[in-house]
Write a protein that binds this ligand. Sequence first.
Ligand code: IMP
Length: 180
Amino acid sequence: MHKIKVEDREFEIFLENDTISKRIRLLGIQINVDYENKCPLFIGILNGSFLFMADLIKEIKIPCEIAFMRVASYEGASSSGRVKELIGLPDNIEGRDIIIVEDIVDTGLTLTHIVKTIKEKNPSSLKVASLLLKPAALKQEIEELYYVGFEISNEFVVGYGLDYNGLGRNLTDIYRATEA
Ligand code: IMP
């Protein structure tokens, strides 16, 4: 088993880049069909979504726009439950078809906050694409969470944009912590 160390923690290979690419290709096809004759605005949530956004957008063949915004940073390996202010909310949301692009939905608190804030700007439609989802950790249903790459169990993952204490975002594959 391919193991690595990020800071003080040991991780093992979980999702190889090839597996991730194949799944993203399918999500792209689905979005191209669902948004035919539309021009969605993809809003990536920094920092974690930057690689997912880059790969997803290359699969999008319909006209589209891209923006990024950021929320509170995630400290350590467990969600603090605190949601800070949203920074860099695009000003052209009204009347647009919005697709929020997230790296991972854990408790869902961050996403719930983002969805609420974007809805207040009266988009024509709003959906979320998240590469990963931990269904067992989800605290409330998020109706808008429509495109999910992989449902994973309640474990800490790193790589492909996801970090552990700021490190590991550059890893091409996704790894999971070998112990909690
Ligand atoms: P939530 O508000 O609990 O859903 O947390 C969402 C955010 O926490 C994500 O956008 C990530 O930045 C971070 N996060 C949650 N789980 C993990 C993980 O397993 N690895 C790395 N970051 C994570």
